[in-house]
Design a protein around this ligand. Structure first.
Ligand SMILES: [Zn+2]
Length: 168
């Protein structure tokens, strides 16, 4: 009797990797800041106070967030040093995104106060969403679906080419 084997040994590694990684249960942005293996991370810049990361559920190509490393929920709880660094990184992120994707405009802002403000993550973060000409096609208007012309990894790679702008 013949038995045909299809060798798929790469699956074993995958299964092992998944087993060894505990899903992260705490604040997701603290998980990114602590470089926890159970969190998807697309970090463009990080220093001891702030980081610039990709939003892994982007509204648009090139959507990034400026996030304090420390768990801070209210804007007034930022130190002067953190406030200054955060604002500089917002400016620099805009320059980086302009250089990478040449958007027509931006929406920049915070959702503070959790659900009431439409934000699900309490850890303070400033959203920087580039806007492009013809952003809204019929899929967005009629089907409540966002068409992304590029994967998250592709956008990350493109932004990385200009991420030296974020350095102090
Ligand atoms: Zn946090």
């Amino acid at each position: 009797m013949y038995i045909n084997y299809l060798w798929a040994t790469h699956r074993l590694k995958y299964a092992k990797d998944r087993k060894s990684v505990q899903p992260y249960k705490g604040c997701i942005l603290c998980g990114v800041a602590k470089d926890h293996p159970g969190v998807i991370k697309k970090v463009l810049y990080k220093d001891r106070l702030m980081m610039v990361i990709m939003n892994v559920f982007p509204y648009n190509v090139g959507h990034v967030q400026v996030v304090p490393v420390r768990h801070v929920e209210e804007i007034e709880d930022l130190t002067e040093e953190e406030s200054g660094r955060m604002w500089r990184l917002v400016k620099k992120s805009v320059v980086m995104i302009k250089k990478t994707f040449q958007p027509k405009g931006f929406n920049i802002g915070f959702n503070i106060g959790g659900d009431i403000a439409g934000g699900s993550i309490r850890h303070l973060h400033c959203q920087i969403v580039p806007r492009y000409e013809r952003d809204l096609g019929f899929m967005e208007v009629l089907a409540d679906t966002k068409v992304m012309p590029m994967t998250l990894d592709q956008a990350f790679r493109e932004l990385k080419k200009h991420s030296e702008i974020l350095e102090e």
